[in-house]
Ligand binder design. Structure first.
Ligand SMILES: C[S@@+](CC[C@H](N)C(=O)[O-])C[C@H]1O[C@@H](n2cnc3c(N)ncnc32)[C@H](O)[C@@H]1O
Length: 237
């Protein structure tokens, strides 16, 4: 509220707080990103559904940690899978294991399947046989980056966290995306199922009550003012 100093010689007079501005902009930005009427957002030719600031954070974490495996739950057409696989190529190490139930007509784009660093597993990220398959695939790994972006209900996200969280080594990240749903800050009515059942944010709250070996990295989350994963950058300590 009041006058914001934005740099030398630059200030802005507004009648809402900085937090409110960021939250309103977050909602507008998210709605525009979800608007499929405009040109698609592509990464290396494949549709992607991420906040560019989060993507920047992810590449920084990956370059710092150089994990043996990325485990991704929820790929859709594979834009994010492609982004992670290309980042691993730049690092020169690691594979991404990506799981998607593939119920929709759109499947992984051919270039995602053909990428030398991708291992794609069709199926539900919480089904016992799929969890076992992922664990078998990454069994030689010592460090991981887990990113959860599949079904956004509390129960589902908690099950994913319970399945893949124990793999993480000290310092590794588990990212819980779309914790912005259900009032954090996106209006709850924008996602009916999450509003009714609780979503990723509520899953993180419950998980953190029982798992004191994780902390939330708020500094990383806030570097671009807002993130699609509020309180969702979890670090194993
Ligand atoms: C938001 S999209 C993923 C977007 C992608 N990560 C990106 O950034 O471009 C969510 C995906 O989760 C998948 N999904 C839904 N339920 C799932 C489940 N039980 N297991 C695995 N994937 C699931 C859907 O098929 C959909 O492709």
């Amino acid at each position: 509220m009041g006058r914001f100093q934005l740099g030398p010689g630059r200030s802005l007079q507004v009648n809402i707080s900085q937090e409110e501005i960021i939250n309103v902009f977050h909602s507008i930005f998210y709605a525009s990103e979800q608007d499929h009427s405009g040109p698609p957002k592509l990464y290396n030719g494949v549709p992607i559904h991420k906040h560019p600031g989060d993507m920047f954070n992810y590449q920084q974490i990956l370059f710092e940690q150089k994990p043996d495996y990325i485990i991704e739950c929820g790929a859709f057409q594979g834009g994010s899978t492609m982004f992670f696989a290309d980042t691993l190529n730049l690092i020169g190490k690691g594979k991404i294991v990506s799981v998607d139930i593939c119920e929709r007509a759109e499947r992984w784009y051919p270039q995602v399947e053909a990428h030398e660093r991708t291992i794609l597993i069709p199926g539900s990220s919480v089904a016992a046989d799929i969890v076992a398959k992922v664990k078998e695939t990454v069994k030689d790994g010592k460090s991981f980056f887990v990113i959860l972006d599949s079904l956004h209900t509390k129960a589902h996200v908690l099950a994913e966290m319970g399945s893949y969280g124990p793999l993480l080594a000290k310092g590794n990240y588990m990212i819980v995306e779309d914790s912005n749903l259900n009032g954090h800050p996106l209006p709850p009515e924008w996602h009916t199922q999450t509003m009714q059942e609780g979503g990723p944010f509520e899953a993180v709250q419950e998980y953190m009550q029982k798992h004191h070996d994780f902390v939330v990295d708020l500094q990383m989350e806030h570097r671009f003012l807002f993130s699609y994963a509020p309180s969702g950058y979890l670090v194993k300590i």
